[in-house]
Design a protein around this ligand. Structure first.
Ligand code: ADP
Ligand code: MG
Ligand code: MG
Length: 250
């Protein structure tokens, strides 16, 4: 079982090429990290996998467990088991967190089947406890007036509740304070499982101090240019992305 990206090329509506042949395989049971300079196409990769409409795939494929993801609409992708953290609307005015997640879970059940509310709240509260979230949080509207750290926690909560087979976390460049970072890491680490593949996208090495990846990839100019083990992240922290320039001029 794996999420496989093969020779993926994607462009903007105006024809600007952003992804220029990405190859990546994330088997269940593994955590992969993609690092790389700003503007290298990391977020675009995650959005293309999730089905964002701004990008057109011109060549290549994305499959999960053999199924063609590019043929699926956004909802089908999520039902098929891909979850992109931070893809959800920034705010959903008037809809409480608890109801938002409940509706998402209900939507996945076969027609006529009702979500067990008691079991749902039990599960929700146990996950909130792990993420050190206040119970009052359930009644608040989704992301309305949340701090950056609260939004991240909420997204991890959504992810934990939806229990996807493949998780993609695109850490935005807006910094989390160290406490929020640790909590996010705790949630992600709790989700590590032989049945799940996780892709962490991050500009900074910092997050990888708390979530140890099995494999690290470097993206530059729309391609994966280097792959290695967790030591690659440490090397990048120490030496930066200078090697990319050396490689380009070599
Ligand atoms: P990263 O996440 O690695 O910082 P992005 O995937 O966000 O990189 O962006 C890669 C390049 O594509 C950047 O030059 C960015 O400006 C451009 N880009 C991505 N999405 C869009 C878009 N919707 N409209 C215009 N430019 C875009
Ligand atoms: Mg960026
Ligand atoms: Mg980005």
């Amino acid at each position: 079982m794996s999420l496989v990206v093969t020779d993926l090329h994607a462009q903007l509506e105006d024809g600007t090429q952003i992804l220029k042949g990405v190859n990546l395989e994330i088997p269940t049971g593994e955590v992969h990290a993609i690092m790389g300079p700003n503007g290298s196409g990391k977020s675009t990769l995650s959005k293309v996998i999730a089905g964002h409409e701004s990008y057109e795939v011109t060549t290549g494929s994305v499959t999960i467990d053999g199924a063609d993801v590019l043929e699926m609409d956004i909802d089908e992708r999520s039902r098929a088991g891909v979850f992109l953290a931070f893809q959800y609307p920034h705010e959903v005015p008037g809809v409480s967190n608890a109801n938002f997640i409940r509706a998402a879970l209900q939507a996945r059940l076969p027609k006529g089947e009702e979500l067990d509310a008691v079991a749902y709240y039990k599960d929700l509260y146990s996950k909130m406890d792990l993420l050190e979230m206040d119970r009052k949080f359930t009644a608040r509207a989704v992301n309305e007036g949340f701090s950056g750290g609260e939004k991240k926690r909420n997204e991890i909560l959504q992810m934990m509740m939806l229990d996807p087979r493949y998780c993609i976390l695109d850490e935005t460049d807006s910094g989390l304070d160290i406490d929020a970072l640790k909590i996010v890491a705790k949630g992600v680490n709790a989700m590590r499982s032989p049945q799940r593949g996780i892709l962490m996208i991050t500009h900074y090495q910092r997050l990888l101090d708390y979530i140890k990846p099995d494999h690290v990839h470097v993206m530059a100019e729309g391609k994966i240019v280097r792959s290695g083990g967790p030591e690659l992240a440490l090397e990048l922290e120490k030496d930066g992305y200078e090697f990319l320039k050396e490689a380009a001029t070599a």
